[in-house]
Write a protein that binds this ligand. Structure first.
Ligand SMILES: [Zn+2]
Length: 320
């Protein structure tokens, strides 16, 4: 049988089918994306809260309702991990530099008077004209405070050993925030760690400290809400390490596992990340929210699961 060449009618039918197919693809694509949250407002503030010594399983054990609410309306990873060995200062340096301990080199865990020399979230944000506030519960975290970087500093007094309670730090925050509303805020609460060392991790005293700190986090969120910027603010709650018995240095799951929670505009609600996020992934993720580029060759990777969806593809309309 002679093979039929396409007729003009056949060509028109084929063209119409192609148009319908292209239109349908665009329709389906648009509707799949439309099921996602609509384009969220621009992120103008990131508040990073590190709860010293917070184990992920302490959140429910302490009935920490504020953190639980952040988990519900955001994305959380219950098996994030800190550096090894899991000590406070090396962990926090990793958190803000994006570098593992072998790269950043801060292996000590006391206030040596040194200042971290690597770029941090604070120094990069400041270099790009953002305001930065730092509230710390232990004096050794002063090593994160590079000169001419901070628009506000509160906590353990510079140059002196000591601690600042979560209540005291939060009192200062709620006083300062309405007028400052920094682009990047780092708050370090030390109370649960102190209770863990004194009475053991997961003891009643430790859980009480977690619950009290959770209440202070609630005051932070209230302040953000009351100043009208909740829809432009991302909150991250995480920790520097967990704990077991009366300490946290050994390479045990209870010590190295930390919570990592992220909530805010455009962040997927109710999502659980079932892979290991590293503590140094926090740095590039915060910078991405602020639309800043992380340094090349850091160890941290942006936590892509919380990244806001790109805008829907624009399909060229089919020509009639
Ligand atoms: Zn610690």
């Amino acid at each position: 049988m002679k093979r039929a060449y396409p007729t003009t009618t056949g060509l028109i039918v084929s063209l119409m089918m192609l148009i319908v197919a292209v239109w349908s693809f665009g329709f389906i694509t648009r509707n799949v994306l439309a099921a996602e949250p609509p384009d969220a407002p621009k992120i103008q503030h990131v508040i990073l809260i590190s709860v010293d010594g917070l184990r992920p399983d302490a959140i429910d054990a302490a009935d920490a309702k504020t953190i639980q609410s952040l988990i519900q309306r955001g994305t959380w990873c219950p098996k994030a991990e800190t550096v090894r060995p899991s000590y406070t200062l090396p962990s926090h340096v990793a958190m803000v530099t994006g570098l593992d301990i072998t790269r950043h080199g801060v292996t000590w865990n006391n206030n040596s008077g040194a200042i971290v020399q690597h770029p941090t979230i604070m120094t990069i944000a400041k270099q790009h004209g953002h305001s930065v506030g730092l509230w710390i519960g232990k004096d050794k975290l002063q090593e994160l405070a590079a000169p001419n970087t901070l628009d506000h500093f509160a906590g353990a007094v510079p140059g002196q050993p000591g601690y600042a309670s979560a209540a005291k730090l939060t009192d200062d925050f709620v006083k300062v925030w309405p007028n400052k509303k920094h682009a990047f805020v780092f708050i370090h609460y030390s109370d649960p760690d102190g209770a863990g060392h004194a009475a053991s991790w997961m003891s009643q005293r430790y859980l009480d400290a977690v619950r009290d700190t959770d209440w202070q986090i609630g005051r932070i969120l209230d302040s953000v809400k009351n100043t009208g910027v909740e829809s432009n603010t991302v909150i991250i709650v995480t920790a520097d390490h967990g704990g077991h018995g009366y300490g946290h240095g050994e390479d045990l799951p209870e010590n190295v596992t930390i919570p990592w929670i992220c909530a805010g505009p455009g962040i997927r609600a109710g999502q659980i990340i079932n892979r290991v996020i590293r503590i140094y992934d926090t740095m590039p993720t915060v910078l991405a929210f602020l639309e800043l580029t992380p340094p090349a060759n850091i160890d941290g990777r942006i936590v892509a699961e919380v990244a806001r969806r790109p805008p829907p593809p624009v399909l060229a309309p089919a020509k009639p």
